[in-house]
Design a protein around this ligand. Structure first.
Ligand code: MF3
Ligand code: CO
Ligand code: CO
Length: 294
């Protein structure tokens, strides 16, 4: 008795085994259950592009350029400079590296970098605003290098920090660190938001809800949205190859905001300080890695 054998695979264009006389592809092929790869399933269900190793490498290179620019920005920050001078540095360094500044002309954004001072939450447009001793200033850089996007930001002290400045910057940075530490295969997007919200609110601060982290790498803003508030075990399950930003915006006062007449600058309604930190994170087989480490 024969106990083993090869099942012959029916070709798309061969006669359907059901005997209909039609081609298999025009008949029973559509009835066969198709086993999707994780990559196909995440694309179909969530529109999330899981990255291949060579793509992660490309984003890492872009991230290295980003961090080299961030370090140069840090070195130039002192009382008396204008936010425009930061834009000029980012513009020149981006060109020197043969990269493109993603913010420039993005949905009409007029400059190469976002620079957000004190009560500005995000999307500050570089201009003639002068930095004063005691200010806090966030610089958000997004280069496109060889087609790959990396996105990160940091909040700096200008001169000697005030107690309020110190507090909000420390809380925002700790929110990013605690939330990154939740990342790994099997954890959920909601774990990230939960870590941020729990810590920020325990410190008497508030979490901005109108802006979110995002998938990144092949495009500036990809799926998924990464909320900075939420509940444990909710939302999409993380799998290796996911690349996204976490970028909590934390206010010293209330979370309410408005957008200025330039249609970009987001500011706190109560005028309180706001700080933000952002990194581009890849989910690995064992946890996470930052592609924009600092
Ligand atoms: N870099 C910002 C982010 O973290 C987006 C800035 S959009 C711009 O997603 F047009 F203002 F640059
Ligand atoms: Co971002
Ligand atoms: Co950014």
């Amino acid at each position: 008795m024969k106990t083993q054998g090869k099942t012959k695979k029916v070709g798309r264009n061969s006669a359907c085994p059901c005997g209909s006389g039609k081609k298999y592809k025009n008949c029973c092929m559509s009835q066969e259950p198709k086993v999707l790869t994780v990559k196909e399933a995440y694309k179909n269900q969530y529109d999330i592009i899981l990255k291949e190793p060579h793509q992660i490498e490309g984003i890492r290179k872009s991230g290295e350029l980003l961090i080299s620019m961030m370090d140069k920005v840090e070195a130039m920050i002192r009382p008396g400079i204008t936010t425009n001078e930061i834009n000029t540095l980012v513009e020149e360094e981006t060109r020197r590296a043969g990269a493109i500044a993603a913010p420039l002309n993005y949905r009409g954004f007029p400059k190469s970098v976002c620079v957000s001072v004190n009560e500005v939450i995000c999307h500050g447009i570089p201009g003639d605003r002068v930095l004063y001793d005691g200010d806090i200033v966030n610089v958000d850089i997004t280069p496109i290098l060889d087609g790959y996007y990396a996105d990160a930001n940091k909040t700096f002290f200008v001169g000697k920090p005030t107690a309020d400045g110190q507090k909000i910057v420390n809380v925002a940075l700790e929110c990013l660190r605690l939330s990154i530490d939740t990342v790994g295969p099997g954890s959920h997007l909601g774990d990230i938001g939960h870590a941020i919200q729990t810590y920020a609110e325990a410190q008497g601060c508030s979490v901005v809800r109108e802006f979110v982290g995002h998938g990144v790498g092949i495009d500036f803003h990809e799926q998924p949205q990464v909320l900075h508030f939420g509940r444990k075990n909710r939302g999409v399950e993380l799998v290796p190859g996911m690349v996204f930003t976490i970028e909590p915006m934390i206010n010293l006062g209330a979370r309410d905001l408005h957008i200025l007449d330039d249609n970009w600058t987001a500011v706190t309604n109560d005028g309180s300080l706001s700080a933000q930190f952002e990194q581009t994170i890849v989910v690995t087989d064992t946890g996470w890695e930052s592609l924009t480490p600092y």
